[in-house]
Design a protein around this ligand. Sequence first.
Ligand code: MN
Length: 301
Amino acid sequence: MKIVSYRDEAGGSRVGVVVDDAVIDATGLLRPQAGGTSAMRRLLEDGRPLEDILSGLDGDPMPLDDLRLDPIVPDPGKIIAAPVNYFDHKAEMQEAYHVDSLGLFLKAPSSVIAAGEHIRLPYTDRRFDQEGELALVIGRRASHVTTEEALDHVAGYTLLLDITMRGGEDRSTRKSFDTFTPIGPFLVTPDETGPLASLRLRTWVGGELRQDADIADLIWDVPQLIAYASSVMTLHPGDVITTGTPAGVGQIGHGDRVAVAIEQLGRLEVGVTSEGAVACPTKGATTGPRPPATVTPVRAR
Ligand code: MN
């Protein structure tokens, strides 16, 4: 099943099921919940299997292209990210360590944007890069789960761009600016993705293919990431874990279009603007992990 988050004309949060190029509104099937949580969070927090909740689906299909999409989870409780989780990215960044020494880091939940929106670069004098990634959304509370149990806690998979300011500031700062986490466009349930190791991820900036990688090349695979994350912090429905980026990171700038795709998950594309950018108030530009000066062409790897 392919699920989408969107806004109605009054700005209300809704979820729908995608059938071909159309969407059927499923918001009416959700239990009411106090507070301002999104329809997607209400769906994930319901406790019943998604297919049971959505089995009552009826209604008129609406063209997908007519909808104003939301980030697939508009209000994630947390976004957990893997710092260096492909060997080719470790090499291009001249990093001494990878995920099994570094552990995980957090991106601000307020940094999410939807497909079709714009990344806003905050500074005129710093480098910003794209990182295309496979991400997963938690569907069932997880605490100290084993790798064997881990996938039972996944609601589905989606695409994520981990937009990054290069330099020596803490990762949680460099990757948490508002708009720095495009996520979506769909939540695809595990029965529709096929084996994760068979997925191929590609990222483009403008017409240039920058990243082309097999998910099978993750240093820590999805079950390992979930098991480890759940040993540090309790995972709740709607939490996002993003799995890290392969080689091919590179600079983005005003006017660029950035897209990441995995065939089974669709394509997430956003714009980039530096409108309103100012001088950076911190001094990390020349310290921290070093990205390559130019993008390594995909075919040369
Ligand atoms: Mn990343």
